[in-house]
Design a protein around this ligand. Structure first.
Ligand SMILES: Cc1cc2nc3c(=O)[nH]c(=O)nc-3n(C[C@H](O)[C@H](O)[C@H](O)COP(=O)(O)OP(=O)(O)OC[C@H]3O[C@@H](n4cnc5c(N)ncnc54)[C@H](O)[C@@H]3O)c2cc1C
Length: 373
């Protein structure tokens, strides 16, 4: 144990584990804290799978970041020896001419990503798990797939420890004070000195951010697994224009994962209702009945997860305007996991070089959507 560290990472979930690894890789002395022992199921990073896709309808600006993430996930997979990424292909289903499909087509053109446009009949014959309405189209991208989220976090933590990071689990950081040009952190395991801080506390971030917490809202989200009709294989699917923005992941042994994107109640990690009820599951059963002939309405399992959202549903990854020694890296508005290693690399570059090669300027604190009340 050292007297003082270059960087303290507060929160070792998806983003913190990646940041700790990339900082340690660059020779920084790193101490990381987590109030639990990740991977765990109290925050935003549990539920076996996370979708990764490349022709990003949320904006072409995300494409270089996800392409870098693909490379880094592959490196981590090789280093860990575990299967982290399974390529399944992916469908984006939208109304013909709808905003999401147009934006995905634009992202694909900008990023050199191969995609195919499919009619309802083509989807029915190639991917019989799904049934589209007439007037809908599907954009198929072959490189989409799923990441094994718990294994990914474990792989980042293991790699961080091998690179020299000191990881302290079951240790909450309660706050910090300025000390000798750095910080003295008060933790449930005593005090620690560090020159710089990474705040990656996910849905707990509002408790650490003071007045800046107003930029964030935490949202309850339910993820469910249903019995497939046959083997439940096939591509992932996202349905941004229908069924409250539903999405699915194929059966990898636990059932077909079906959930909706956003639309949950505002909450906090301490107050959230963690039991899943009929009100959560019934809309998913209606979605299955209408659009997923390859899935039954028999529920195998369900769990509650948390999104940490900004007003424009983009990310927040930036140096804290009040203190250039602190980087905030978390709120990913429910679509951040796929980017985690690229975000970790960006944080490490910012802290070692003062700038990053990753395109994260759009995720600043001072953008209009976060500064306009
Ligand atoms: C249901 C659901 C589905 C999703 N699907 C996708 C998807 O398909 N694709 C995708 O890309 N993204 C998806 N996401 C989003 C993605 O999972 C999140 O953006 C990402 O996991 C957030 O990671 P994080 O590091 O910010 O938070 P977390 O992983 O929750 O980490 C925060 C950590 O901080 C710790 N902590 C908090 N406070 C303190 C403290 N004071 N001291 C010490 N430790 C502390 C916590 O214990 C926790 O481990 C989904 C999210 C959910 C909930």
């Amino acid at each position: 144990m050292r007297e003082r560290y270059d960087v303290a990472v507060i929160g070792l979930g998806a983003m913190g584990s990646a940041a700790a690894y990339h900082l340690a890789l660059r020779g920084r002395s790193v101490v990381g804290f987590d109030r639990y022992r990740p991977p765990h199921s109290f925050g935003s990073s549990h539920g076996r799978t996370r979708i990764i896709r490349e022709a990003y309808p949320e904006g072409a600006g995300y494409v270089p970041l996800v392409q870098r993430a693909y490379e880094l996930w592959a490196d981590l997979q090789t280093a860990s020896g575990d299967e982290l990424l399974t390529i399944t292909g992916g469908l984006l289903i939208d109304d013909e001419g709808g905003d999401s499909s147009r934006s995905a087509i634009h992202s694909a053109a900008r990023g050199g990503i191969a995609i195919e446009q499919l009619s309802p009949a083509e989807v029915a014959s190639r991917f019989p798990t799904f049934r589209l309405d007439s007037g809908q189209i599907a954009i198929f991208e072959p490189r989409a797939g799923v990441l094994a989220i718990e294994a990914c976090i474990k792989a980042h933590l293991d790699a961080a420890a091998i690179a020299g990071a000191e990881l302290r689990f079951d240790t909450a950081v309660d706050g910090w004070t300025a000390s000798d040009g750095g910080f003295e952190l008060a933790t449930s395991g005593g005090t620690v000195q560090a020159d710089r801080l990474v705040l990656s506390a996910g849905p707990w971030l509002p408790t650490l951010l003071g007045r800046r917490a107003a930029a964030l809202t935490v949202e309850r989200q339910v993820q469910c697994w249903f019995e497939p009709v046959d083997d439940g294989e096939g591509p992932i699917s996202i349905w941004p224009a229908v069924a409250a923005g539903g999405y699915t992941s194929p059966d990898l042994g636990d059932g077909v994962k079906v959930a909706v994107h956003h639309g949950g109640v505002a909450t906090t990690p301490d107050d959230v209702e963690r039991l899943v009820g009929d009100d959560d599951v019934d809309p998913l059963r209606r979605f299955i009945e209408h659009y997923l002939p390859g899935v039954t309405s028999t529920l195998r399992e369900a769990s509650v997860c948390l999104y940490t959202n900004t007003a424009d549903k983009d990310f927040l990854i930036d140096i804290l305007p009040e203190d250039e020694r602190i980087i905030v890296v978390s709120p990913c508005s429910g679509h951040g996991f796929k980017f985690a290693p690229a975000v970790g690399e960006a944080v490490a570059e910012l802290m070692t070089d003062g700038s990053t090669t990753q395109p994260i300027e759009a995720f600043r604190f001072d953008r209009e959507a976060l500064t306009t009340p």
